[in-house]
Design a protein around this ligand. Structure first.
Ligand SMILES: CC(C)(COP(=O)(O)OP(=O)(O)OC[C@H]1O[C@@H](n2cnc3c(N)ncnc32)[C@H](O)[C@@H]1OP(=O)(O)O)[C@@H](O)C(=O)NCCC(=O)NCCS
Length: 237
Protein backbone atom coordinates (compact mmCIF):
# COMPACT_ATOMS: atom_id res chain seq x y z
CA UNK A 1 0.00 0.00 0.00
CA UNK A 2 1.26 3.50 -0.82
CA UNK A 3 1.57 5.39 2.44
CA UNK A 4 2.90 8.53 4.08
CA UNK A 5 4.76 9.16 7.31
CA UNK A 6 3.39 12.00 9.44
CA UNK A 7 6.36 13.65 11.17
CA UNK A 8 9.64 14.39 9.39
CA UNK A 9 11.97 14.84 12.37
CA UNK A 10 14.49 12.40 13.83
CA UNK A 11 11.79 9.93 14.83
CA UNK A 12 10.44 10.14 11.25
CA UNK A 13 13.80 8.95 9.92
CA UNK A 14 13.72 6.01 12.34
CA UNK A 15 10.18 5.13 11.29
CA UNK A 16 11.10 5.33 7.58
CA UNK A 17 13.97 2.92 8.16
CA UNK A 18 11.67 0.51 10.03
CA UNK A 19 9.09 0.59 7.22
CA UNK A 20 11.74 0.04 4.56
CA UNK A 21 13.20 -2.90 6.46
CA UNK A 22 9.76 -4.39 7.09
CA UNK A 23 9.11 -4.01 3.32
CA UNK A 24 5.34 -4.54 3.50
CA UNK A 25 4.14 -1.07 2.44
CA UNK A 26 5.56 1.67 0.24
CA UNK A 27 6.37 4.99 1.95
CA UNK A 28 6.08 7.72 -0.70
CA UNK A 29 6.63 10.86 1.39
CA UNK A 30 6.39 12.71 4.68
CA UNK A 31 3.90 15.23 6.00
CA UNK A 32 4.98 17.76 8.61
CA UNK A 33 3.43 20.98 9.89
CA UNK A 34 6.85 22.66 9.90
CA UNK A 35 6.70 24.64 6.64
CA UNK A 36 10.51 24.95 6.54
CA UNK A 37 10.67 21.24 5.70
CA UNK A 38 8.21 21.37 2.81
CA UNK A 39 9.83 20.52 -0.52
CA UNK A 40 12.92 19.01 1.11
CA UNK A 41 13.91 15.36 0.79
CA UNK A 42 14.66 13.26 3.84
CA UNK A 43 16.49 9.99 3.25
CA UNK A 44 15.25 10.10 -0.33
CA UNK A 45 11.58 10.89 0.39
CA UNK A 46 9.94 14.29 -0.22
CA UNK A 47 8.16 16.28 2.49
CA UNK A 48 4.85 16.80 0.70
CA UNK A 49 3.29 19.43 2.94
CA UNK A 50 1.31 19.67 6.15
CA UNK A 51 -1.36 17.35 7.52
CA UNK A 52 -3.96 19.39 5.59
CA UNK A 53 -2.71 17.59 2.47
CA UNK A 54 -4.32 14.30 3.60
CA UNK A 55 -7.53 14.58 1.49
CA UNK A 56 -5.53 15.50 -1.64
CA UNK A 57 -3.12 12.59 -1.11
CA UNK A 58 -6.03 10.21 -0.71
CA UNK A 59 -7.32 11.28 -4.13
CA UNK A 60 -3.87 10.33 -5.49
CA UNK A 61 -4.22 6.77 -4.18
CA UNK A 62 -2.16 7.12 -1.01
CA UNK A 63 -4.27 5.37 1.62
CA UNK A 64 -1.94 4.38 4.49
CA UNK A 65 -0.20 6.41 7.18
CA UNK A 66 2.19 5.90 10.07
CA UNK A 67 2.64 8.56 12.76
CA UNK A 68 6.21 9.54 13.62
CA UNK A 69 5.68 12.25 16.24
CA UNK A 70 7.45 12.04 19.59
CA UNK A 71 5.04 14.17 21.64
CA UNK A 72 2.46 11.82 23.11
CA UNK A 73 -0.55 14.17 23.05
CA UNK A 74 0.12 15.36 19.50
CA UNK A 75 0.60 11.81 18.28
CA UNK A 76 -2.78 10.78 19.64
CA UNK A 77 -4.55 13.82 18.14
CA UNK A 78 -2.90 13.33 14.73
CA UNK A 79 -3.92 9.65 14.80
CA UNK A 80 -7.54 10.69 15.18
CA UNK A 81 -7.20 13.15 12.26
CA UNK A 82 -5.66 10.45 10.06
CA UNK A 83 -8.57 8.12 10.75
CA UNK A 84 -11.13 10.87 10.13
CA UNK A 85 -9.53 11.22 6.68
CA UNK A 86 -10.10 7.48 6.13
CA UNK A 87 -6.45 6.53 5.96
CA UNK A 88 -5.42 3.12 7.27
CA UNK A 89 -3.13 3.47 10.28
CA UNK A 90 -0.10 1.31 9.64
CA UNK A 91 2.07 0.07 12.50
CA UNK A 92 5.83 0.14 11.94
CA UNK A 93 7.45 -2.96 13.45
CA UNK A 94 11.15 -3.54 12.90
CA UNK A 95 11.94 -7.10 11.74
CA UNK A 96 14.43 -7.49 14.59
CA UNK A 97 11.78 -6.78 17.26
CA UNK A 98 10.65 -9.93 19.05
CA UNK A 99 7.02 -10.17 20.07
CA UNK A 100 5.53 -13.15 21.89
CA UNK A 101 2.66 -14.80 20.05
CA UNK A 102 0.29 -13.77 22.85
CA UNK A 103 1.00 -10.04 22.58
CA UNK A 104 -1.97 -7.85 21.71
CA UNK A 105 -1.17 -4.76 19.64
CA UNK A 106 -3.26 -1.62 19.15
CA UNK A 107 -3.28 0.42 15.95
CA UNK A 108 -0.61 2.83 14.76
CA UNK A 109 2.15 1.55 17.04
CA UNK A 110 5.88 1.90 16.35
CA UNK A 111 8.17 -0.87 17.58
CA UNK A 112 11.82 -0.11 16.94
CA UNK A 113 14.84 -2.36 16.39
CA UNK A 114 15.71 -4.90 19.04
CA UNK A 115 12.63 -4.45 21.23
CA UNK A 116 11.45 -7.48 23.21
CA UNK A 117 7.79 -7.81 24.15
CA UNK A 118 7.03 -10.86 26.26
CA UNK A 119 4.00 -13.06 26.80
CA UNK A 120 0.51 -11.60 27.24
CA UNK A 121 1.52 -7.95 27.01
CA UNK A 122 -1.03 -5.44 25.69
CA UNK A 123 0.24 -2.46 23.73
CA UNK A 124 -2.16 0.48 23.30
CA UNK A 125 -2.88 2.53 20.18
CA UNK A 126 -0.22 5.04 19.04
CA UNK A 127 2.37 3.73 21.51
CA UNK A 128 6.09 3.86 20.75
CA UNK A 129 8.28 1.00 21.95
CA UNK A 130 11.66 2.49 21.17
CA UNK A 131 14.99 0.91 20.31
CA UNK A 132 16.01 -2.07 22.43
CA UNK A 133 13.35 -1.75 25.12
CA UNK A 134 12.13 -4.74 27.11
CA UNK A 135 8.47 -5.09 28.08
CA UNK A 136 8.16 -8.18 30.23
CA UNK A 137 5.23 -10.53 30.70
CA UNK A 138 1.67 -9.34 31.23
CA UNK A 139 2.55 -5.67 31.11
CA UNK A 140 -0.02 -3.23 29.75
CA UNK A 141 0.90 -0.04 27.92
CA UNK A 142 -1.89 2.52 27.48
CA UNK A 143 -2.74 4.75 24.52
CA UNK A 144 0.03 6.99 23.14
CA UNK A 145 2.66 6.13 25.74
CA UNK A 146 6.36 6.27 24.87
CA UNK A 147 8.71 3.58 26.15
CA UNK A 148 12.11 5.08 25.30
CA UNK A 149 15.27 3.32 24.12
CA UNK A 150 16.75 0.79 26.53
CA UNK A 151 13.86 0.90 29.03
CA UNK A 152 13.25 -2.27 31.04
CA UNK A 153 9.76 -2.92 32.32
CA UNK A 154 9.46 -5.97 34.60
CA UNK A 155 6.39 -8.24 34.60
CA UNK A 156 2.88 -6.94 35.34
CA UNK A 157 3.78 -3.28 34.88
CA UNK A 158 1.00 -0.91 33.81
CA UNK A 159 1.95 2.28 31.97
CA UNK A 160 -1.09 4.49 31.56
CA UNK A 161 -2.01 6.67 28.59
CA UNK A 162 0.40 9.37 27.52
CA UNK A 163 3.17 8.45 29.96
CA UNK A 164 6.81 8.94 28.94
CA UNK A 165 9.24 6.35 30.33
CA UNK A 166 12.63 7.99 29.73
CA UNK A 167 15.68 6.50 28.13
CA UNK A 168 17.28 3.67 30.09
CA UNK A 169 14.74 3.67 32.94
CA UNK A 170 13.88 0.50 34.86
CA UNK A 171 10.45 -0.24 36.35
CA UNK A 172 10.13 -3.13 38.78
CA UNK A 173 7.29 -5.66 38.77
CA UNK A 174 3.62 -4.82 39.47
CA UNK A 175 4.18 -1.05 39.30
CA UNK A 176 1.60 1.35 37.88
CA UNK A 177 2.88 4.43 36.06
CA UNK A 178 0.11 7.05 35.99
CA UNK A 179 -1.21 8.79 32.90
CA UNK A 180 0.90 11.57 31.39
CA UNK A 181 3.61 11.04 33.98
CA UNK A 182 7.30 11.37 33.07
CA UNK A 183 9.98 8.95 34.22
CA UNK A 184 13.43 10.57 33.97
CA UNK A 185 16.30 9.06 32.04
CA UNK A 186 17.95 6.23 33.97
CA UNK A 187 15.44 6.21 36.83
CA UNK A 188 14.68 3.05 38.80
CA UNK A 189 10.98 3.05 39.64
CA UNK A 190 10.07 0.88 42.64
CA UNK A 191 6.79 2.54 43.69
CA UNK A 192 3.67 3.52 41.75
CA UNK A 193 3.91 6.89 40.01
CA UNK A 194 0.93 9.24 40.35
CA UNK A 195 -0.64 10.67 37.16
CA UNK A 196 1.02 13.77 35.65
CA UNK A 197 4.03 13.48 37.98
CA UNK A 198 7.72 13.62 37.03
CA UNK A 199 10.06 11.26 38.86
CA UNK A 200 13.86 10.89 38.58
CA UNK A 201 16.73 9.04 40.19
CA UNK A 202 17.51 5.75 41.89
CA UNK A 203 15.14 4.99 43.51
CA UNK A 204 12.85 7.34 41.61
CA UNK A 205 11.43 10.31 43.53
CA UNK A 206 9.02 13.02 42.41
CA UNK A 207 10.47 16.36 41.29
CA UNK A 208 7.13 17.62 39.96
CA UNK A 209 3.96 16.51 41.69
CA UNK A 210 0.56 15.95 40.15
CA UNK A 211 -1.63 19.07 40.12
CA UNK A 212 -4.14 19.60 42.93
CA UNK A 213 -7.81 18.85 42.09
CA UNK A 214 -8.42 22.57 41.37
CA UNK A 215 -5.35 22.90 39.15
CA UNK A 216 -6.31 19.65 37.51
CA UNK A 217 -9.80 20.93 36.59
CA UNK A 218 -8.31 24.00 34.89
CA UNK A 219 -6.06 21.76 32.81
CA UNK A 220 -9.07 20.08 31.25
CA UNK A 221 -9.77 22.41 28.35
CA UNK A 222 -12.88 21.32 26.41
CA UNK A 223 -10.84 20.26 23.37
CA UNK A 224 -8.56 18.05 25.42
CA UNK A 225 -9.54 14.43 26.12
CA UNK A 226 -10.44 14.03 29.79
CA UNK A 227 -7.67 11.86 31.24
CA UNK A 228 -10.03 10.75 33.99
CA UNK A 229 -12.06 8.97 31.35
CA UNK A 230 -11.09 5.30 31.82
CA UNK A 231 -10.90 4.80 28.07
CA UNK A 232 -8.27 7.51 27.94
CA UNK A 233 -6.40 6.47 31.06
CA UNK A 234 -5.96 2.98 29.80
CA UNK A 235 -7.60 0.77 27.23
CA UNK A 236 -7.08 -2.11 29.59
CA UNK A 237 -8.81 -1.15 32.84
C1 LIG B 1 13.11 14.11 33.90
C2 LIG B 1 13.25 15.24 32.91
C3 LIG B 1 12.00 15.26 32.01
C4 LIG B 1 13.32 16.52 33.72
O1 LIG B 1 13.38 17.62 32.88
P1 LIG B 1 13.05 19.06 33.51
O2 LIG B 1 11.62 19.07 34.01
O3 LIG B 1 13.41 20.04 32.45
O4 LIG B 1 13.94 19.16 34.80
P2 LIG B 1 15.35 19.91 35.01
O5 LIG B 1 16.31 19.61 33.90
O6 LIG B 1 15.03 21.34 35.31
O7 LIG B 1 15.91 19.21 36.34
C5 LIG B 1 15.30 19.36 37.59
C6 LIG B 1 16.16 18.63 38.61
O8 LIG B 1 16.07 17.22 38.38
C7 LIG B 1 17.38 16.69 38.09
N1 LIG B 1 17.21 15.70 37.01
C8 LIG B 1 16.65 15.93 35.79
N2 LIG B 1 16.62 14.79 35.08
C9 LIG B 1 17.19 13.84 35.85
C10 LIG B 1 17.43 12.46 35.63
N3 LIG B 1 17.08 11.85 34.49
N4 LIG B 1 18.01 11.76 36.64
C11 LIG B 1 18.36 12.39 37.80
N5 LIG B 1 18.15 13.70 38.06
C12 LIG B 1 17.56 14.41 37.08
C13 LIG B 1 18.22 17.87 37.66
O9 LIG B 1 19.60 17.63 37.89
C14 LIG B 1 17.66 18.98 38.53
O10 LIG B 1 18.18 18.82 39.82
P3 LIG B 1 18.53 20.13 40.73
O11 LIG B 1 17.22 20.85 40.92
O12 LIG B 1 19.08 19.51 41.98
O13 LIG B 1 19.50 20.90 39.94
C15 LIG B 1 14.47 15.08 31.98
O14 LIG B 1 15.69 15.42 32.63
C16 LIG B 1 14.63 13.66 31.48
O15 LIG B 1 15.26 12.78 32.06
N6 LIG B 1 14.00 13.41 30.27
C17 LIG B 1 13.98 12.14 29.62
C18 LIG B 1 14.68 12.27 28.29
C19 LIG B 1 14.46 11.06 27.41
O16 LIG B 1 13.85 10.10 27.79
N7 LIG B 1 14.98 11.13 26.19
C20 LIG B 1 14.81 10.06 25.23
C21 LIG B 1 13.92 10.47 24.10
S1 LIG B 1 13.76 9.17 22.91
Amino acid sequence: MNMIIVGAGGHGRVVLDILRQANENKPVGFLDNNAELHGRRIDGLPVLGSIEELPELRKRGITGATIAIGDNGTRRAVGDTIEQNEFKLISAIHPSAQLATTVSLGKGVVIAAGSLVCAHCQIGDYTILNTGCIVDHESMIGTAAHICPGVRLAGHVTVEAGAHVGIGATVTQNIRVGFESIIGAGAVVIRDVAPMTTVVGVPARAIKNAPSPDEFATLLAPSRPDPRDPMHVSTFQ
